[in-house]
Write a protein that binds this ligand. Structure first.
Ligand code: FES
Length: 143
């Protein structure tokens, strides 16, 4: 039921760990299952030169974070902000419907780490952390 790519990123996740003196740190929790994810960014001249993550989450959360870190590494901040959980899921060749909410964690963690970077540097932003998908799980974020 999981694609080969999901199994690959789950069993050998990329970019696991922490970055000391990270330029941006984002920590988010999943309202549906209570899992937690933390993402660390190293940013130079507006480019994400390094990224690491730690998660207390399920296999799908690990696989999506691993893929998400690969997708934003070397990218400009603005490009990383456009990363959606849907794009990550597509890059993994899909997730079972019941696990889509897990992929939201990675997108939110990236956004919250970038928001932290902007806050630390006094840059105004209107980053909206939250999922706009319509799944039942994500609706619970409102409550
Ligand atoms: Fe919690 Fe997947 S079940 S992130």
């Amino acid at each position: 039921m999981y694609s080969e790519k999901v199994m690959d990123h789950f069993s050998a996740p990329r970019n696991v760990g922490e970055i000391e003196n990270a330029d941006g740190v984002g920590e988010v929790g999943n309202a549906v299952c209570g899992d937690i994810m933390k993402i660390f960014l190293k940013i130079e001249n507006g480019v994400i030169v390094d990224v690491k993550f730690k998660t207390f989450g399920c296999g799908a959360a690990i696989a999506t974070s691993s893929m998400a870190t690969e997708m934003i590494k070397g990218k400009k901040i603005e490009e990383a902000l456009e990363l959606t959980n849907k794009a990550v899921v597509e890059a993994l060749d899909g997730l079972p419907p019941a696990k889509i909410h897990c992929s939201v964690l990675a997108e939110e963690a990236v956004k919250s780490a970038i928001a932290d970077y902007y806050d630390k540097n006094g840059i105004e932003h209107n980053i909206n952390i939250g999922c706009d998908c319509n799944c039942e799980g994500c609706h619970k974020h409102d409550h």
